[in-house]
Design a protein around this ligand. Structure first.
Ligand SMILES: *Cc1c(COP(=O)(O)O)cnc(C)c1O
Length: 373
């Protein structure tokens, strides 16, 4: 098989989705599978749906078009407020989108009317994250405006938290979101079908022993893909953290004169990696570099230590006999490393494990997903 490659165990993606769906269902919360971290890979999206996700969410319209091209017809919501320049594509590929700008909602309405559809609008509420969102006190007014625009339908509200500022939502913020749902319904006279309480960072809140109120959806990416709670980095009980494996090939091995010619980046020591006893170790080079992934987000097998990286080389120290040239090293990735590697043009994505019934098309990184819809 080609290197570098990402092996994806689809059965673990499905199992992780299932675990979250089962834990959240008794709290009245459905799981929307967020696929942006894997560039909207269709086989991974299918595994989320097979695991019980009620729908899919994407940040980029190109990813949605890739899903559609691969034959996925399930409801897919755009979770980044649409670009004005893409409203025509958005109304064609997505039944609904999260929005924060009235001007964009108007443009979506015009575009939807033009193609004879009605586009669903979920208003993103700013709850202290400082990224996208409408200030809480303006939401009801904008919601009322939306209900009066032909071509769009108000479907719900959603909160964003922890994305930018890394702070988990508080129980009182979630109560405020529930109260806002009731207020919007009172003002608009329509029922909101979606009250979305955030992403994986909202899981500790959702698992807590307090009422979940009106919140009936979470948009989960990292938790499903990597089995961790993103703000703490902790593994979620019962979840697989090894659905993805980055496999890189050894292109050179052997002792190098100490000291190494490459300075050890400070960042590695700051991140808790041990400094190898440089003189005593064997060195090897993997065909992997900054162009492929976020090197700081990689975890190598025990006994291997990253010395440094350039655009195309990863220099590794080992105290054990290294694999021969042409051998392979299996590497774990955090979310940022995964996201970059999935988008890297030279990395093949190999879906494995208990694959869903319908075969997925062979995939070659992001390029395949950009095929015209
Ligand atoms: C990325 C994103 C999510 C998913 O976040 P995870 O931490 O990966 O679960 C949810 N909502 C929005 C708006 C996002 O941009």
């Amino acid at each position: 098989m080609t290197c570098p490659r990402i092996e994806v165990d689809l059965s673990k993606i499905r199992a992780n989705t299932q675990t979250l769906v089962r834990r959240l269902a008794p709290r009245g919360i459905a799981v929307t599978g967020v696929n942006k971290g894997v560039c909207g890979h269709p086989a991974i999206a299918r595994a989320m749906l097979d695991g019980g996700a009620s729908g899919l969410a994407e940040a980029r319209i190109e990813n949605v078009q890739g899903l559609r091209a691969a034959g996925l017809t399930s409801p897919t919501t755009l979770i980044r407020t649409p670009m004005m320049s893409q409203v025509d594509q958005v109304v064609r590929s997505c039944a609904a989108s999260y929005n924060t700008e009235v001007a964009v909602i108007m443009a979506l309405a015009t575009a939807a009317t033009r193609v004879g559809t009605v586009h669903g609008i979920i208003l993103m509420v700013e709850m202290g994250d400082g990224r996208d969102g409408i200030p809480l006190e303006q939401v009801a007014g904008i919601a009322q405006q939306v209900t009066q625009i032909r071509g769009v339908a108000l479907q719900g509200i959603g909160a964003n938290s922890g994305c930018l500022n890394g702070r988990a939502p508080t129980a009182s913020q979630m109560v405020a979101l529930s109260e806002l749902a009731a207020e919007v319904e009172g003002v608009c006279g329509t029922l909101l079908s979606v009250v979305s309480g955030g992403g994986s960072g909202s899981l500790p809140w959702a698992f807590g022993d307090h009422p979940t109120g009106r919140i009936n959806d979470l948009r989960l990416g990292e938790a499903i893909l990597l089995g961790v709670e993103p703000l703490s980095g902790d593994r979620i009980a019962g979840m697989h953290t090894d659905a993805f494996t980055l496999v890189a090939e050894v292109i050179e091995t052997g002792a190098k004169p100490a000291p190494f010619p490459i300075a050890l980046p400070d960042l590695f020591t700051e991140h808790g990696c041990s400094t190898p006893a440089l003189g005593a170790s064997t060195r090897m080079i993997l065909a992997l570099g900054h162009q492929d992934t976020d090197i700081l987000g990689l975890s190598l097998p025990k006994g291997l230590t990253v010395i440094g990286a350039t655009s195309d080389h990863l220099v590794v120290a080992t105290h054990r006999p290294p694999p021969p040239v042409g051998g392979e090293v299996k590497i774990r990735m955090n979310y940022t490393a995964l996201m970059h590697a999935m988008a890297a043009p030279d990395i093949n994505v190999i879906p494995m494990g208990d694959a869903p019934a319908r075969p997925s098309r062979p995939s070659h990184g992001r390029a395949e997903l950009l095929a015209p819809a």
